[in-house]
Design a protein around this ligand. Sequence first.
Ligand code: F6P
Length: 468
Amino acid sequence: MDPDQFDLVVVANRLPVDASLDDDGTVTWRRSPGGLVAALEPALSAGGAWVGWPGAVDLDLGPFEVEGIALVPVPLSETELAEYYEGFSNATIWPLYHDVITPPGYHREWAEAYRTVNRRFAHAAARAAAPGATVWVHDYQLQLVPRMLRSLRPDVKIGYFLHIPFPGVDLFAQLPWRREILEGVLGADLIGFQRAGDASNFRRAVRRLAGLATHGTAIQVTPVAGPPRTVRAEPFPISIDFAGLDAAAQRPEIQRRAADIREELGNPRIVFFGADRLDYTKGIRHRLKAFGELIESGELQVPGSILVQVASPTRDNVVAYQELRDEVETTVGRINGDSGTLTQVAVQYLHQSQPFEEMVALYLAADVLLVTALRDGMNLVAKEYVAACWDHGGVLVLSEFAGAADELAQALIVNPHDIDALKSAMLRAASMPAAERRRRMRALRRRVKDRDVNYWASSFLSALKETK
Ligand code: F6P
């Protein structure tokens, strides 16, 4: 067998590694933390490879290996980063698929860059796949890859998983390249979505906009050339490494750090916690509004209550993200100015990503996790919090618009647009009796433990194997 070809090829926008610059100027690659790479590790180290962008522009690297995983880098130029990644992926598809919370931009040159880069990924995957291999393509940045790859390599099995929501057909219909995108994705044998609703939105779009017939979850595709094919579009809700989180949360040094965090925060009675990429889909403004009003009305007091908000920097060249940052930071400043004391803030805001251990300690230190997304494919922070709450002490407030709400019914489910309902849920969470907290958290943990990321990856790959 060709040593540069693999039986399993994962294709995703980013390689699962981060580069760090050592003192002597050498670059060291380390595996980035993340459930997806952990779940696929056994399959990848037994004859698999990952195709993706290494995370910096104009970096033309050959294939390399990190911690036993073969990596095939796909280069991007500065213009491609602006047009394919920041433009078409994150200023066209991302807002359109998240219910146009911010208006999508439709620009032909972005679409052209998306095509060019998707073709490059498809060629890299075609070269890396052994005869009859399985290729698993991920997410909204690479929707054209399945079809391009099928025409290059009709012998391989192709799976595609969309990590973000798929919108209703009336919104999707806005996209000038809607048919090309649908046909791109339909190059796969199995298409996975987070929620049953996303899969049915996709099948409806395929019927309405591509004129294809569907039967249950099956779509009949009749290509111009080649035999008719059946493609399945089904939900496979993604998850996390439950065992890893649970074990970390039980480590004494992480528990000590959690106690120190509460101490450093001034030993408040109640710690609300939010942890998100600083993205307009996450409902951070709604959360701040609700918290600010509760402080203003005296229903929560400072000192005594605090909201810790970790907002990881993300996509900061995209205008909508810059505007959001300004708004969030103005609001935090206003709440703290109005309600803080000399020694105590109302909102402790960190515009920084936190290392894994610190995140686990923050989960343990929190009394209530607030997930107030306006639209979210899944929201893995909600599942991580549940996995960290081994002592059954915490309460999860969860938006009905996050995919996780389909599975985590014992959370306090809220509509984040309804600020009064959000405020009531926050107060209810803050004063929930211990027995109720335990009962809810036990049920949530059972669900996340049974349906962890290994379950997700293996159920997708075995369903893909069974496709004809
Ligand atoms: O939620 C979709 C997603 O692709 C995640 O899988 C990922 O964590 C995030 O967006 C990353 O965004 P970016 O690569 O733009 O930093």
